[in-house]
Design a protein around this ligand. Structure first.
Ligand SMILES: [Zn+2]
Length: 341
């Protein structure tokens, strides 16, 4: 007996962080969320070039498919390789057979020119027919002028904005900054410390939130919630199980149905996954079974009518070669990070 479901959606990912595992430790251990950003992620993203971005996306897409995730909503940052970066990610995912929604993370942390280049990359990609959002980092690194420019481009190209919102206390006034700016198309990542409801969809990232010690934001208080990994792979059944157990730690009466509805709501943002077919190693696939059954894996995945994973492995690309090349690119990335210090 085997069970099938539509493809799963990772509704908040950073494919560029796929090469980060095993990276050299920062010179000083970060103790706050701001230090984690400054000493880990903003060292890494500055060292990325287009070739690293490509192998990072290829590996991230393979790992998604291997977990039955057929669509990724990505949030990208590479301040020294902005122009064309979204095309590189889109084509890497297409090569593997995974659907992707792209955006580039606009921020003021690399100066006005950096913000303009990021905005231009979003606009260029979306106007050329790319699927995605206008990306923005977080209110804490965006001036009002830059935030207005992000909203302006989103209105011009009729897209939503994909932004980190109140992930940690440092960004807790994001609700005030955003309340007259968001609309239903916006994708609001984290919202742990958000102090008011906002139009848009909240992407809850339980593993990342635990990893960054930012607290529990009780996502059950929001109307529209989806699940993301925030860059830590694309194992969305595991992310669901964690979303449930973290909720349970806060409320022992919680049942897995709500976290399951967050998982399946990813299809509201990427409806094409409803046509994808994932055949699982376990039957049945339902909230109580998945919450307590380890190691459930897809044995076959069909995307857009094509078998893209069979016998547990991708059919369109050589996953052994991708893993080997990604390891080489990771070493090159780590050397560049050290050279940038
Ligand atoms: Zn994120």
């Amino acid at each position: 007996m085997t069970a099938t479901t539509p493809g799963l959606v990772n509704a908040h990912h950073h494919l560029y962080s796929t090469l980060a595992r095993g990276m050299p430790a920062p010179p000083k251990a970060p103790t706050t969320f701001s230090e984690i950003l400054e000493q880990v992620w903003w060292r890494l993203d500055r060292a990325l070039d287009l070739e690293m971005i490509r192998w990072s996306a290829l590996l991230g897409a393979v790992e998604a498919l291997e977990r039955g995730t057929t669509a990724i909503i990505d949030h990208h940052s590479s301040p020294n390789a902005i122009d064309g970066s979204l095309d590189v990610i889109a084509s890497a995912c297409a090569e593997v057979g995974v659907r992707v929604s792209c955006c580039y993370e606009v921020t003021d942390r690399n100066g006005i020119d950096g913000a303009k280049a990021g905005l231009a990359e979003n606009e260029r990609f979306l106007r050329s027919g790319g699927n995605g959002y206008v990306g923005a980092h977080a209110c804490s690194t965006l001036s009002d002028d830059t935030l207005d420019a992000v909203c302006g481009v989103a209105a011009d190209v009729r897209a939503g904005v994909h932004i980190h919102v109140a992930e940690a206390e440092i960004d807790s006034n994001a609700g005030l900054r955003l309340e007259n700016r968001t609309d239903d198309r916006w994708l609001l990542a984290h919202c742990v410390h958000l102090d008011r409801p906002l139009p848009g969809t909240v992407a809850h990232n339980p593993r990342s939130n635990l990893n960054n010690a930012v607290g529990y934001g009780r996502p059950a208080r929001f109307e529209r919630v989806v699940l993301g990994s925030d860059g830590i792979g694309s194992d969305m059944l595991a992310e669901f199980a964690l979303a449930f157990v973290v909720q349970r730690a806060d409320d022992v009466l919680a049942t897995p149905e709500l976290a399951w509805s967050w998982l399946t709501a990813g299809a509201d943002l990427m409806p094409a996954v409803l046509d994808d077919v994932v055949t699982w190693s376990h039957d049945p696939i339902d909230p109580w079974q998945v919450a307590y059954t380890p190691g459930i894996r897809p044995v076959r995945v069909q995307v857009d009518g094509e078998i893209v994973l069979d016998d547990g492995g991708p059919t369109r690309v050589d996953s052994i070669e991708i893993r080997a090349r990604a390891r080489e690119e990771a070493q090159r990335l780590f050397r560049r990070m050290e050279a940038l210090d």
